[in-house]
Design a protein around this ligand. Sequence first.
Ligand SMILES: NC(=O)c1ccc[n+]([C@@H]2O[C@H](COP(=O)([O-])OP(=O)(O)OC[C@H]3O[C@@H](n4cnc5c(N)ncnc54)[C@H](O)[C@@H]3O)[C@@H](O)[C@H]2O)c1
Length: 421
Amino acid sequence: MNLSVIGTGYVGLVTGACFAKLGHHVICVDIDKEKIRKINDGVSPIFEEGLDSLLLTYKDEINATTDYSTALQKSDITFLCVGTSSLKNGKIDLTFIKESTKQVAAVLKNKNSYHLVVVKSTVLPGTTQGVVLPLLEQYSDKKVGIDIGLAMNPEFLKEGVAIQDFLEPDRIVIGSYDDRSKTTLRELYKDFSCPLVETSLSAAEMIKYASNAFLATKISFINEIGNLCKKLGIDTYDVATGMGLDTRIGRSFLDSGIGWGGSCFPKDVDALIVWAKEIKEGARIIKSARDVNTDQPLRLIEILKKHIPKLKGKTIGILGLSFKPNTDDIRESRATPIIKELLKNGVHVKAYDPQAMVKFKQLYPQIEYCSKASEVLNSDATLITTKWKEFTTLDYHGKIVIDGRRLNEAKTAKKYEGVCW
Ligand SMILES: NC(=O)c1ccc[n+]([C@@H]2O[C@H](COP(=O)([O-])OP(=O)(O)OC[C@H]3O[C@@H](n4cnc5c(N)ncnc54)[C@H](O)[C@@H]3O)[C@@H](O)[C@H]2O)c1
């Protein structure tokens, strides 16, 4: 099929590259000219395992442009994959969704054949029908359900393993406005072996929010259990193993530590809480999950202060700046509140990350960036904030290490303490 993808971030570019691998022709659109140039050169503008090689291998099947018209005229299905970050008050920001929808609709006005628009960005229940649909009709002078198809197809990939997640998902959710949209997407996904869940537009939107809120809550839950275990001298990871073997619970997302970050959980949880309030419902469990997550990284500093009571003037090392390993994404990284707190305490911060230092330096130029992980260990104490594999090979002997991510190899340190074990 001929597809276009609007927005070439972690979701859009992975979607485009994977569909190209599956034999489709894909045109990617972005407003960022530099990203477009790189993609056309077969280079990924973001760090995601395997993406560079997909872009090079399928160079002839993927084109990138800033021009909506070329992309829409040459494709039959368009995926909207633009960002939906949060505003300062936690509300979802629909600016990019509205802008890209208007641009898509303006091109569809002059297109004679049927075109399916698929929202892949994470949007609150009611958005596809209540915001995207009216804009499509207004700017195209056409009717959704007749001339234009409309569907909502949330994405569940995880950064770091995004390509594998896209190609081998646990499920594919297709929310559709009309039957033709549903059958078109069914055809597109026909070679996937996972269950296809076909729903209304708003159920598809809610599945995404409910899944993210549940996973965030699961992590906060085990962190709360971890905090109790630490007080009682119980190994939280033994508890997680014992709990996780119960098939109703499952072991994944039971690794206690300093909490969740990234581009999705924090903003989706915030948006759900604000939206729940707007429709006069509570979101008490989800709010508590967020509260636990706000406090959790600062526990690392509390533990550090036990070992070094006066932090002023000390040098503290930070291992890991990305919000999780195998990505350069630093959005809502747990290292951020920790570094802010250290700076407030008059600490000299030395940091290293295999992929995220360039992005982090733009926001925090005042800290020292090391060229090797081992240099970080030449500090008064080191905090482990991201579980990069590279950190397993360091020599921790003789060091003070406070671990937020359960790196077993660091237990050889002179003084080692985990955040909740
Ligand atoms: N990152 C994830 O792990 C993940 C997983 C599942 C779902 N999602 C959801 O997918 C959506 C995209 O997330 P992301 O992480 O890929 O975002 P991102 O910020 O990495 O990428 C968004 C891209 O959209 C582009 N863009 C903005 N306005 C545009 C416009 N008018 N026209 C064309 N391009 C435009 C930006 O330049 C950027 O390249 C969000 O709704 C997010 O919640 C993200």
